[in-house]
Design a protein around this ligand. Structure first.
Ligand SMILES: *[C@@H]1O[C@H](CO)[C@@H](O)[C@H](O)[C@H]1NC(C)=O
Length: 332
């Protein structure tokens, strides 16, 4: 479990060893292919589509770039970056966590289909935005320890994002003996005023929050636990949270599914494949009542790499991971 591939190391601390013959269901998707990154580039941990005008998908990679898929012939090309100090010479292809503050470490993306703006969360640089031509992104809110998840409320324009901890950075989380705490937060940015408010604190690690399509609640995963909570934006429970469901594995980013009221979350749990424990990456589809509708196992295609999100687009599932050199696409 000391291998850096097994990061986030919080998993190794929090998990119990479950039998590999658990609940996963194989075979819902007959086909699999890969959108591969250019040679020497790794870690497409987020995925967002740009709609009719910008297509994509866009992804974030370990060396600090945001790349855009231009189809099978051209593949992924540079689109944007977050750190004004980033140079291609120093940063391209790097996986050195010490270079993160200089090269940028974008972790989450969300595209606004009306304004054409691409919102970015970077572990070190916080919340940023870049226009349709890409290039160097503009910081909207900074000063966070480990910003890591993002979603736009398309009805209000409010941005919901997460900060995994008040005490540790993404670099700290790769160190041997790292022990996570429960100081993560859910935050909201209001574009008209630039105001950031703290909605929830004391969360067990980060993950990617998501707003419901009707704007009534935000779902908040805790990567260091197995909880997904519902934070109400309206109604009698406004500004309070309740646990919506407990997942089998640690929940990472949540995304809205294509069917209204449905969501996909990437989870990782530990299975036991004698003689070693292995990480089992899975995708879970669930609804706003917390009912699990489908579980898809990714271990055949991703091995024991933690996956970070599942994006459903035109019936296909696009699966991102910080530890591979491809985005996996499952389809029928
Ligand atoms: C992660 O995936 C890569 C292929 O992209 C593979 O070489 C590696 O063994 C995997 N790591 C684990 C821990 O399964």
């Amino acid at each position: 479990m000391a291998s850096p591939q097994m990061q986030p190391s919080m998993l190794s601390i929090l998990v119990t060893f479950l039998c590999i013959s658990g609940t996963f269901v194989f075979g819902q998707y007959a086909n699999f292919n890969k959108l591969e990154l250019p040679q020497g580039v790794t870690g497409p941990g987020s995925v967002t589509f740009g709609g009719l005008l910008a297509s994509g998908p866009f992804t974030t990679v370990t060396d600090g770039r945001i790349m855009k898929w231009l189809g099978p012939t051209l593949g992924f090309v540079d689109f944007a970056y977050t750190s004004p100090t980033r140079t291609k010479q120093y940063c391209d292809g790097t996986t050195d966590p010490d270079k993160g503050p200089t090269c940028g470490r974008p972790l989450a993306l969300s595209y606004h289909p009306v304004t054409g703006l691409l919102y970015i969360v970077d572990a070190y640089l916080g919340l940023l935005v870049v226009g349709p031509l890409g290039g160097c992104a503009t910081q909207l809110a900074g000063g966070f320890k480990f910003a890591n998840g993002l979603d736009i409320d398309l009805l209000t324009g409010h941005i919901y994002f997460s900060d995994a901890s008040l005490t540790y950075t993404i670099r700290d989380a790769t160190q041997p003996g790292f022990i996570p705490d429960s100081t993560g937060r859910l935050l909201r940015y209001e574009p008209l005023t630039g105001h950031v408010s703290v909605l929830l604190s004391g969360l067990s690690g980060g993950g990617g929050p998501v707003v419901s399509s009707d704007g009534t609640f935000v779902l908040v995963p805790e990567l260091g636990s197995t909880r997904i909570s519902k934070y109400w934006l309206v109604g009698p429970k406004e500004n309070t949270a309740e646990v919506l469901l407990n997942t089998n594995g640690n929940p990472n980013k949540i995304k809205r599914g294509e069917t209204p009221g449905e969501f996909w979350v990437a989870t990782s749990r530990v299975g036991y494949m004698p003689p070693t424990p292995v990480i089992l990456p899975e995708g879970v589809r669930f609804n706003s009542d917390g009912d699990v509708l489908e579980t898809v196992g990714f271990v055949t295609e991703f091995s024991s790499n933690v996956t970070s999100l599942v994006v459903q687009h035109e019936g296909k599932l696009y699966v991102g991971s910080h530890f591979t050199n491809f985005i996996g696409v499952y389809y029928n």
